[in-house]
Design a protein around this ligand. Structure first.
Ligand SMILES: [Zn+2]
Ligand SMILES: [Zn+2]
Length: 170
């Protein structure tokens, strides 16, 4: 088990990084999201009248839950700070451009964005759609409404037969 991070821990690292960079982020709130499954962190902002207005840093609950090595967590947090730094300072959304990457390096973190791949795959309920004639899988959907639509409106590509479905976890 690795270190479990509290919101305070995250704030502390963000503030330390801001101090070091000479561009504090003390006024930007920090949020933890349980629903974030596809990204580990994000820096939220609005773009208004040619200005970038910071809104919040948001981190995935799973990132902070002790699942990851401390270095990974630090890298993600500083990565999001780097987004804040380049975008707010420059009033421009740099995304992951060269300037952003150089900034990451100057903060001592990797410039690539591998964080997505590190996320554990969370299995959830859904439906597998199969061809009623040959049984091969036609599609997979999470929502029953989408499933019913397909079953009513479409036929399988393989046999042009009716499509059936069963529930599954994937
Ligand atoms: Zn990023
Ligand atoms: Zn078929």
């Amino acid at each position: 088990m690795n270190k479990v991070w509290s919101v305070e821990d995250v704030r502390k690292l963000l503030h330390e990084t801001g101090e070091k960079a000479g561009f504090p982020c003390t006024d930007v709130s920090v949020e933890i999201s349980k629903r974030m499954e596809k990204t580990m962190g994000s820096f939220l902002f609005k773009s208004k009248d040619g200005k970038i207005i910071p809104h919040a840093f948001r981190f995935s609950h799973v990132l902070l839950s002790g699942y990851y090595d401390e270095t990974v967590v630090r890298n993600v947090i500083i990565h999001e700070y780097a987004h804040y730094y380049v975008n707010v300072k420059d009033n421009r959304n740099h995304m992951h451009d060269d300037y952003f990457k150089k900034t990451c390096e100057s903060f001592g973190i990797p410039s690539h964005t591998y964080f997505k791949e590190l996320l554990p795959r969370i299995k959830r309920k859904g439906y597998i759609l199969v061809c009623s004639k040959c049984g091969s899988q036609v599609a997979a959907r999470r929502k029953i409404d989408a499933v019913k639509n397909i079953v009513e409106m479409k036929v399988s590509g393989c046999c042009h037969a009716k499509i059936r479905y069963r529930s599954s976890v994937f």
